[in-house]
Design a protein around this ligand. Structure first.
Ligand code: FMN
Length: 194
């Protein structure tokens, strides 16, 4: 038996992206964005409300960074999503997060988060169905403790947060369940045998 649930944003996991930017005065801001995804090998699309301070900052500075939030900073990550810098000018300072200016783009890199994409504003898509800012990823930086012995980002070394849109929970990623482009091969072999 299956049940109809009506209209839901039924994608899980959603990311917990920390979008950081500078305002006109150079004050850093960070917001939480679950509606965002890679849309090309060097591009990320964020679906932002036009009235967020972050959106204004991105349009003004033509740059932003996007970091993956981790479990150790769940309070800071959620805070970034429930308070606007427009209403609380010391939002970033209150978060306790530390930032330094990216050497690649005009946007802050937040020290605490394990992986950070540094983006130039590539495009704004404004249609009746979506408002998105598209960033060109010009560099990715990561904390050294998030890397394996070959210098690759190792997801098992950090507890990256995900967002559950059904009950608004934050979760951490679980154990590996398979290997992309490999796990399905067993069914190809099955086909061969038949
Ligand atoms: C879990 C979570 C996910 C969110 N995802 C988005 C999103 O994808 N797009 C968006 O426009 N706002 C999103 N928000 C809301 C913004 O993070 C929030 O309005 C924030 O205060 C904006 O800050 P700013 O005005 O300082 O930029 C989300 C909030 C939370 C708690």
């Amino acid at each position: 038996m299956r049940k109809d649930l009506g209209v839901l944003t039924a994608v899980f996991p959603m990311p917990v992206l920390m979008v950081a930017s500078y305002d006109e005065a150079g004050t850093p801001d960070v917001m939480n964005a679950a509606w965002g995804m890679i849309c090309d090998y060097d591009k990320i699309a964020l679906f932002l409300a036009e009235d967020h301070q972050t959106t204004r900052n991105i349009l003004n500075r033509k740059a932003f960074t996007v970091a993956l939030a981790d479990k150790a900073h769940v309070e800071e990550a959620d805070f970034a999503g429930i308070v606007s810098a427009a209403a609380m000018p010391d939002k970033f300072a209150r978060s306790g997060l530390k930032e330094t200016k990216s050497t690649f783009v005009d946007a802050p890199v937040i020290e605490e988060f394990p992986v950070c994409m540094e983006c130039e504003l590539a495009e704004v898509i404004d249609t009746p169905n979506m408002y998105a800012v598209v960033g060109k990823i010009v560099n990715v930086n990561a904390r050294e403790d998030a890397l394996d012995e070959n210098g690759k980002i190792d997801i098992t070394k950090m507890q990256v947060l995900t967002f559950d849109p059904f009950k608004a929970g934050y979760y951490v990623t679980g154990p590996q369940a398979g290997e992309a482009w490999r796990s399905g091969k067993v069914l190809m072999e099955k086909e061969d045998k038949e």
